[in-house]
Design a protein around this ligand. Structure first.
Ligand SMILES: NC(=O)C1=CN([C@@H]2O[C@H](COP(=O)(O)OP(=O)(O)OC[C@H]3O[C@@H](n4cnc5c(N)ncnc54)[C@H](O)[C@@H]3O)[C@@H](O)[C@H]2O)[C@@H](O)CC1
Ligand SMILES: Nc1ncnc2c1ncn2[C@@H]1O[C@H](COP(=O)(O)OP(=O)(O)O)[C@@H](O)[C@H]1O
Length: 549
C-alpha cells in the first residue's frame, strides 16, 4: 500500500527537524537519493554503463525544489557526470548553487525569465551575473543531454509553469512528439507545475520517465492526471517517515488487494457469504444484466438473485444457470446487498425496482441507470456510506447537475473539470451525497463521505489496462463490486487488516477499492491486449486464485 500525503502533511512532519536546524541535512539526503536514481538512468544511456561522458541538464527553480536539483547536480559531478544547471527562477538556492559550482558544474540562466517587465520575477543580484541562454539555446542544451532533471517547481508551487520556463517546456514537448529518442526525464519530487495535493496538471508539463520524491509519496503520484505524468516513482527516506500522520490517499497495490480479498472459510454457507440482488438490464439492453451477473458469479458471490423481465431472465440463465431469477420486487426478496442500474434505461418496471433499491436499507452498488435516482434522492436526505455510486466522469457531471438543481451545491463541474481534478470531485460528491463514490477512469478514485466519527477515506486504484476502455467493462466492474459488497455486508470486519480506516463507514470504500483492484488486475492477466468483458469476468477467477501474503 502506498500512503500518499499532501504537501502540508509532509511539511508538518518536517517542521520539527527544520526548527532544529536540520533543513540542510534533509535536503542533502533527498538530493543524494535523487542523484542515485539519475545515475541509474545515465548508466543505461552509456553503452559501457559508465557515468563519465554522460551529460545532465538540470532545470532549477527558485525554491527548495531547485535546491534539491542543485545538490543532486553536485553529487552527479562527483561521479563524473557533466552537469549544466539552467536557472529558471528569479533566484536560486545559495548553498546548492555553491555546492554545484565548487565541483565544476556549469550554471547559466534562462534569458527572459524574469524580464524587466515583470519585476517580481526579474533575476536578483545573486544570479544576474550568470551567462544567459535564450530559449533556443536552452532547448538545444536540453535536447542534447542524456538526462534532464526537472527541479523547477515542487510542493511549494501555486499554479503551473509560467513565462519563459513554460515556453521552453512547450518547445521541448513539440520536439519530443516528433522524435522517438531524446533525454530521459527525471522529476524532482513532483513534475513541475503539477499540484502535489490534487494531481491537477496545468499545461505545459514535462512528462517524466521517473519521479523521485522524499519522505512519502504525494497525492499527485497516485491520482490522475498527475499519476500519468509521474513515470516510475521512487520514495527516498529522509528521516521524517515516523512523524507522518494521516495519509490523504491510500493506493492499494496488487499484494494488498489479494491479501485483503475476503475468502470463504469452512463455516461459511452461501447465505453467510452474502446474497446479492441484481436489478439490471431491460428487453432493449439485456447485455448489461448478462455481464454484471456473470461477473458476480465469477467473483464467487454466495448467491445471486436477479430481478427483471422474462426475456432478460432467459438470457441471464442461459449464460449463468447459477443465478436465481424472478420478476419479484426488491422488497419481496431477502438479500445482503444490491447492485442496481447497469443497462436500466427507458423501462418503467426496472426503474421502479431501482428506486426501491435506492430507498432500501441494504447496502447497494448504484451504477449507470441508478445514478440519477440516487442523486434525486439526495433531496430527501443523505444516502449513507453503504450506498456506493459508481459514475465515470460524464455520469458524475450529471450527478452534480442534479445536486445543483436541488440546491445541494452551487458548483456543478462539467466533465472536463472533473477529469482535471478527479480526486477533488470524487471527495466532494461523497460529502454532498453522503454516499461512497467510486469515480471510474484510468485511475479509479474511491471516497467515503466522512462523518463525525470517521474522517473521509480516499483510495486510488491504478494499473488498469487502457484496453478496459470498452463498453461493458463497467457492467463487469459492477458485478465484481456487488459480490464483494454483499460479503462485507455480512462480515463487517472482513477488511480490517487493511487498516483501522477500513472499519465502520470506511469498509464500504475499502470494499469498493478491492473490487476495482481485482477488475484492474483481471485486465492484465494475460499481459497487455484486448479484454472483452466476458474474458475480463473469467479472468477474475484466475486473479483470485492467487492469495496475497
Ligand atoms: N525541508 C524541506 O522542506 C524539504 C523540501 N524539499 C524540497 O522542497 C520543495 C518545496 O520547496 P519550496 O517550498 O521552496 O517550493 P518550490 O521549490 O516548489 O517552489 C517555490 C518557489 O517557486 C516560486 N513559484 C511558485 N509557484 C510558481 C509558478 N507557478 N511559477 C514560477 N514560480 C513559482 C515561488 O516564488 C517560490 O520561490 C519540495 O518539493 C522538495 O523538492 C526537499 O529538499 C526535502 C526537504
Ligand atoms: N484509459 C483507461 N485505462 C484504464 N481503465 C479504464 C480506462 N478507461 C476506462 N477504464 C475503466 O473501464 C471501465 C469502464 O466503465 P464504464 O465507462 O462504466 O463502461 P460501461 O458502462 O460501458 O460498462 C471502468 O472500470 C474504468 O475505470
Amino acid at each position: 500500500m502506498i500512503d500518499a500525503y499532501t504537501g502540508a502533511g509532509v511539511r508538518a512532519a518536517e517542521q520539527p527537524l527544520l526548527d532544529a536546524g536540520h533543513g540542510d541535512i534533509l535536503m542533502r539526503r533527498a538530493a543524494l537519493g535523487l542523484s542515485r536514481v539519475c545515475e541509474t538512468h545515465l548508466r543505461r544511456a552509456n553503452r559501457k554503463g559508465l557515468l563519465s561522458g554522460t551529460t545532465t541538464v538540470i532545470l532549477v527553480g527558485s525554491g527548495n525544489n531547485g535546491g534539491d536539483g542543485l545538490w543532486a547536480g553536485s553529487f552527479l559531478r562527483r561521479a563524473g557526470v557533466m552537469v549544466t544547471a539552467i536557472l529558471t527562477g528569479s533566484t536560486a538556492h545559495p548553498q546548492g548553487l555553491k555546492a554545484l559550482r565548487a565541483l565544476g558544474g556549469s550554471v547559466v540562466r534562462l534569458e527572459g525569465q524574469g524580464s524587466a517587465t515583470d519585476p517580481n520575477t526579474a533575476p536578483d543580484a545573486s544570479i544576474a551575473g550568470f551567462h544567459a541562454l535564450d530559449r533556443g539555446q536552452a532547448l538545444s542544451t536540453m535536447t542534447s543531454a542524456h538526462l534532464v532533471l526537472d527541479a523547477m517547481l515542487g510542493t511549494g508551487a501555486w499554479g503551473g509553469l509560467r513565462g519563459e520556463a513554460a515556453a521552453l517546456v512547450e518547445d521541448f514537448n513539440a520536439i519530443r512528439r516528433e522524435s522517438a529518442t531524446g533525454p530521459r526525464i527525471v522529476a524532482c519530487d513532483v513534475v513541475s507545475g503539477v499540484n502535489a495535493d490534487s494531481g491537477e496538471a496545468p499545461e505545459p508539463v514535462l512528462k517524466a520517465h521517473a519521479t523521485v520524491t522524499f519522505g512519502a509519496a504525494k497525492v499527485a503520484h497516485v491520482v490522475a492526471p498527475g499519476e500519468q505524468l509521474t513515470g516510475h516513482l521512487t520514495v527516498i527516506p529522509i528521516g521524517i517517515e515516523d512523524r507522518l500522520e494521516h495519509p490523504s490517499v491510500y493506493r492499494l497495490e496488487a499484494q494488498d488487494i489479494l491479501a485483503a480479498w475476503p475468502r470463504p472459510t469452512a463455516t461459511d454457507t452461501k447465505y453467510t457469504r452474502g446474497v446479492l440482488g441484481v436489478v439490471a438490464g431491460t428487453p432493449s439492453y439485456p447485455g448489461a444484466a448478462i455481464m454484471s451477473t456473470n461477473a458476480a458469479v465469477q467473483t464467487g458471490a454466495g448467491m445471486i438473485r436477479f430481478l427483471g423481465d422474462a426475456s432478460t431472465r432467459g438470457m441471464v440463465l442461459a449464460q449463468s444457470p447459477e443465478v436465481v431469477c424472478s420478476d419479484d420486487q426488491p422488497w419481496d426478496v431477502h438479500v445482503q446487498a444490491w447492485l442496481a442500474g447497469p443497462g436500466v434505461a427507458d423501462d418503467e418496471s426496472q426503474a421502479a425496482r431501482v428506486q426501491a433499491v435506492v430507498e432500501a436499507q441494504e447496502p447497494a452498488v448504484l451504477d449507470a441507470g441508478a445514478l440519477t435516482a440516487a442523486a434525486q434522492s439526495v433531496a430527501d436526505g443523505r444516502l449513507g456510506a453503504h450506498k456506493i455510486l459508481t459514475p465515470h466522469a460524464g455520469e458524475l457531471e450529471q450527478v452534480y447537475e442534479w445536486l445543483k438543481g436541488f440546491g445541494v451545491t452551487d458548483d456543478a463541474p462539467d466533465r472536463t473539470r472533473i477529469e482535471a481534478a478527479p480526486v477533488h470531485w470524487a471527495r466532494e460528491a461523497a460529502r454532498l451525497t453522503g454516499a461512497t463514490v467510486l469515480l471510474k477512469g484510468a485511475t479509479t478514485i474511491i471516497a467515503s463521505p466522512g462523518s463525525e466519527e470517521q474522517d473521509q477515506v480516499c483510495l486510488s486504484i491504478g494499473q488498469a489496462s487502457p484496453w478496459l476502455a470498452t463498453a461493458g467493462s463497467g457492467d463487469t466492474l459492477a458485478g465484481i463490486l456487488g459480490a464483494v459488497v454483499a460479503h462485507v455486508a455480512e462480515h463487517p470486519e472482513a477488511l480490517r487488516r487493511l487498516g483501522e480506516w477500513a472499519r465502520g463507514d470506511g469498509r464500504w470504500a475499502a470494499a469498493a477499492a478491492l473490487g476495482a483492484g481485482v477488475h484492474a488486475l483481471a485486465s492484465r492477466v494475460d499481459g497487455e491486449g484486448p479484454v472483452p468483458p466476458t474474458v475480463l469476468a473469467a479472468n477474475v477467477r484466475r486473479v483470485l486464485r492467487t492469495k496475497g501474503q
